[in-house]
Design a protein around this ligand. Structure first.
Ligand code: CMP
Length: 135
């Protein structure tokens, strides 16, 4: 069993498709082991995406991620990290395969509905960012 961090981003929460995305998560065999609705501060969004701090899209991305409510979840199943990335589809919805969440619900490379960890190390760091024992 493996765990990954998933986020339903502000664009998807505003569209009121939390339910549709969670339904897909459950149909894909994930167990939701943690879940919370949050509204990140700009500083929290910057901290979460710190690896991108030198990218040209960092300001815009962290403005967007702190612009509205998000749903943060820890998902568990075999091969959770790779499987969730497959279900999400490519970062850019225009390149995502039909049937993926980003193809169906994404609007742009930034407003792409969902997030997922990209490696076991990242998953551990991201899960701890939102669900550390002391938080
Ligand atoms: P996510 O999986 O949350 O990880 C980093 C995010 O940065 C990514 O999804 C996109 O929303 C965003 N992103 C990546 N590349 C770009 C880009 N070229 N322009 C704007 N946003 C981007």
């Amino acid at each position: 069993m493996e765990r990954t961090l998933a986020i339903i981003k502000p664009d998807a929460v505003k569209k009121r498709i939390i339910g549709k995305i969670i339904q897909r998560i459950e149909e894909e065999g994930f167990k939701i082991v943690e879940m919370k609705l949050m509204h990140l501060t700009k500083q929290q969004a910057e901290g979460f995406y710190i690896v991108h701090k030198n990218k040209p899209f960092y300001q815009s991305l962290t403005d967007f991620m702190s612009s509205g409510d998000i749903v943060v979840m820890v998902l568990e199943r075999e091969n959770a990290i790779a499987h969730w990335r497959e279900v999400m589809g490519s970062t850019d919805p225009a390149l995502a395969k039909p049937g993926t969440i980003r193809h169906t619900y994404g609007f742009s490379i930034e407003r792409n509905a969902v997030h997922g960890s990209d490696s076991p190390e990242t998953a551990e760091w991201e899960i701890n960012y939102f669900f550390s024992k002391s938080a």
